[in-house]
Every structure is written in structure tokens, then in C-alpha cells.
Design a protein around this ligand. Structure first.
Ligand SMILES: [Mg+2]
Length: 399
């Protein structure tokens, strides 16, 4: 046994990796965007999870696109107590314990976010304990991952959208994603959906015209359409050679997505906010998607996303990142052979830079993975504590 192996065994036997503290930090983070002279401010919710071991190692998990205070309470009041005193390296056993307590009968929702944040922190600790960057521990398939840039938001007018697309292409980005159907917002009293998708189609075709044939364009409806309008939009934009149509139908209705997929040549993608692996099994068995998109920060962390990636591989279906948070998701896409596109969501990247130090920068459509043990980046805890003092998205103070 080498000295390093003996040292690790001694640490394990002495309980150095036993969990002594679990702390969640809920944040409502203001993000100011400026692209081609267009300014926009938005707030993004996020929750950082710090786990400390007896030996002093700290791991940091993360979740977002949720109610940050609810998830923080689930971690601080429930999940943290379940793993106190346990060995942080036992990611599979702890994931099982958390799942059986918090979502024992296949529920999802806030608990999946809480479990994801904890699981990411545990893998950060495990990789640090072994002295490996996480992507190498997960399999080391590649040292850089391709990214796509999410830029095309509904607050940009059609001309501004075209100008922004040209801007991102000039920066070396050859894969662009834009939102569609943002104003459809099913169940809300907004514009007629026919008018919304007619304008969406004009926007998509205008971007294709502006960027030429060599740029990939993806569209994302964020589950805002019913099946009829999703099909109508797909038919209207088919000539623009879309790379994939993400979350076209409300609730990721599997039967309706499978039907849509039979009626369009555009690839269908879904899954960023799904909490459970069986949902991906059903999408695959029913032929509902061409791309599965679990997100490690939402879909139960690395522990569950590894299994979903395995399912995708067995079904010969693409596995990519949807739902942003590229710096956490890049590790699994670099680690696994069937890892692929990572979403470089512009506001999410700006937000990540407000709470983390040492984040890598995408260059020429690629993100190089760090060689530092663990995730390879650490939170700026002073910034995190300041952001925790801001009122939540629902207007309650945080004291
Ligand atoms: Mg999405």
C-alpha cells in the first residue's frame, strides 16, 4: 500500500470524512445583463449548500430554479439531520437515505432540489479527499466540453434579437439557444397563443437569416405550450433547421411529446427540472425525446444523473445539459463518454460569477475543465452572506 493509500485509509478509520455540519444559504440574486446596448435586470433564486467534515474538508453544493427559502429549510431542518455523523464519501448510501425519507413514493419538487444540492457537496468532498478533479473521478472522458449560448430572451425585440445573435457569433459562439412561447404562459391571461407563436417563428427565421447556415440554433419553450401550438410552431420553424426543440409541451407530457416527435423532423429535448429517474425511463421507452437533459443541480445531483446518463446511453439517445448551471454540469459531461453539450446560459453565468471564485471561461464554444481537486471552484462566502440578507423573490425579509 502506498503512503497516500495508507493515509486515506487512516483518515477513513479515524472518521475524518464524517459529516459535522450542513448549512444552506438561500439567495435571491440580482443580475444585470447588457448585450448590444440593451440592459435588463432580473433576479435569480439559488441555494448554496455547505457540508463540513470532521477532518475539515468542505464541499459546496448548489441548486436553483426553485423557491430558495423552502429548499434551504428542507436542507437545514430535515436533510442535514439525516446525514449528520455519516461518512461523506458514501454518496450512494446517503442519496438513498435522503430519497427514502424526503421523496419515498416518487414525489419530486423541492426535495429533489435539496437532495441535488447535498449530493453535489458530497461529490465535491469525495473528489477533494481523493485529490482528483470531479470530472476525472466521474470517468475522465474529455478535458473540455462543448457549450451552447442561451441568449435569445423574450425581452429582446426582433431586431435586437438579431443584433444579439450576430454579437454572440462574432464572439466565437456557433451554438445559440433562444426562448420561444415565453408570452404564451399557459393558464395565464396573456396574448393569444397564435399571435405569440407567429411572432416566435418570425424571430427564429430572422435569426437563421442573420447567422447563416453554419450556426446551430436551438429553441426552448419552457413547457409553455399545449400540444397543438407546439406542433404549429415546430412546423413554422422547420425550414430554419433547428438543432432541438426543448420542453415544447406543458408538464413535459410524455404521451404528447412522443406524438409531436412523430410529426416533426426537429429533435425533441426535455428534462431539466425533472426530479426522478423514472420520468426519463418513461420518456425513453415511449420515444418522447431525442435528447435527455437532466440537470445535476436539480435532478438529484450527480448520483442520480449518472444513472439517467446510463439510461440514455442504453437507448442510444443524446444526453445534454438543459437548465443552465454549466460549472456544475460540465463535470458530468466531461466525465462520461456520452456527455455532450453544456448550457452557457448568459444570466446564469453572470450570477455564478457573483457567488463563486475561479470559474473557468468558455472560449470558442468550449469550456476547459479545471485540474483542481473537487469542483475546482469555491464560493465567495462573503458575497454569499451578503446576498442571503436580500429579501426573497416572494418579498419576505431574511433577517
Ligand atoms: Mg430549458
Amino acid at each position: 500500500m502506498s503512503h497516500a493509500q495508507a493515509e486515506l485509509r487512516n483518515q477513513l478509520q479515524a472518521g475524518a470524512f464524517d459529516i459535522v455540519a450542513v448549512t444552506a444559504f438561500p439567495m435571491n440574486i440580482p443580475v444585470d445583463i447588457e448585450v448590444v446596448g440593451i440592459k435588463r435586470s432580473m433576479s435569480l433564486s439559488a441555494c448554496l449548500c455547505e457540508i463540513e467534515t470532521r477532518g475539515g474538508l468542505k464541499g459546496y453544493g448548489f441548486t436553483a430554479i426553485t423557491e430558495e427559502e423552502v429548499v434551504a429549510s428542507a436542507i437545514n431542518e430535515v436533510a442535514g439531520h439525516l446525514i449528520q455523523g455519516e461518512c461523506a464519501l458514501d454518496t450512494e448510501r446517503l442519496w438513498e437515505r435522503l430519497t427514502w425519507t424526503m421523496i419515498p413514493r416518487g414525489q419530486s419538487g423541492y426535495a429533489s432540489h435539496a437532495i441535488a444540492a447535498i449530493d453535489i457537496a458530497l461529490w465535491d468532498i469525495k473528489a477533494k479527499a481523493l485529490g482528483l478533479p470531479l470530472w476525472r473521478l466521474l470517468g475522465g472522458a474529455r478535458s473540455e466540453v462543448p457549450v451552447y449560448t442561451t441568449f435569445g430572451f423574450s425581452f429582446l425585440g426582433r431586431d435586437e434579437l438579431v443584433e444579439a445573435a450576430r454579437h454572440w457569433v462574432a464572439q466565437g459562439n456557433t451554438r445559440l439557444k433562444m426562448t420561444v412561447a415565453a408570452e404564451a404562459m399557459l393558464h395565464r391571461d396573456h396574448k393569444p397563443v397564435n399571435a405569440v407563436i407567429a411572432e416566435d417563428a418570425r424571430r427564429v427565421l430572422a435569426v437563421r437569416e442573420a447567422v447563416g447556415d453554419d450556426v446551430e440554433i436551438y429553441i426552448d419553450a419552457n413547457c409553455n405550450l399545449d400540444a397543438v401550438h407546439a406542433l404549429q410552431l415546430a412546423q413554422r420553424v422547420e425550414e430554419a433547421r433547428i438543432g432541438f426543440f426543448e420542453e415544447p409541451i406543458m408538464h413535459n407530457d410524455i404521451r404528447q411529446m412522443a406524438d409531436l416527435r412523430q410529426r416533426t423532423s426537429i429533435r425533441i429535448a426535455a428534462g431539466q427540472n425533472e426530479g426522478q429517474a423514472y420520468r426519463f425511463r418513461d420518456m425513453l421507452v415511449q420515444g418522447a425525446v431525442d435528447v435527455v437533459q437532466p440537470n445535476v443541480a436539480i435532478t438529484g445531483g450527480y448520483t442520480q444523473c449518472l444513472k439517467i446518463a446510463g439510461l440514455a446511453s442504453a437507448f442510444n439517445v443524446s444526453y445534454a445539459n438543459g437548465g443552465a448551471w454549466p460549472f456544475h454540469n460540465m463535470h458530468i459531461h466531461a466525465g462520461l463518454a456520452n456527455g455532450s453539450l453544456v448550457e452557457y446560459h448568459h444570466p446564469a453565468v453572470l450570477m455564478s460569477r457573483m457567488i463563486y471564485k475561479d470559474l473557468p471561461e468558455a472560449r470558442n464554444g468550449k469550456l476547459a475543465l479545471p485540474e483542481t481537486p473537487g469542483l475546482g471552484f469555491e464560493p465567495d462566502l462573503d458575497a454569499v452572506r451578503e446576498l442571503c440578507k436580500r429579501p426573497s423573490a416572494r418579498g419576505r425579509g431574511k433577517g
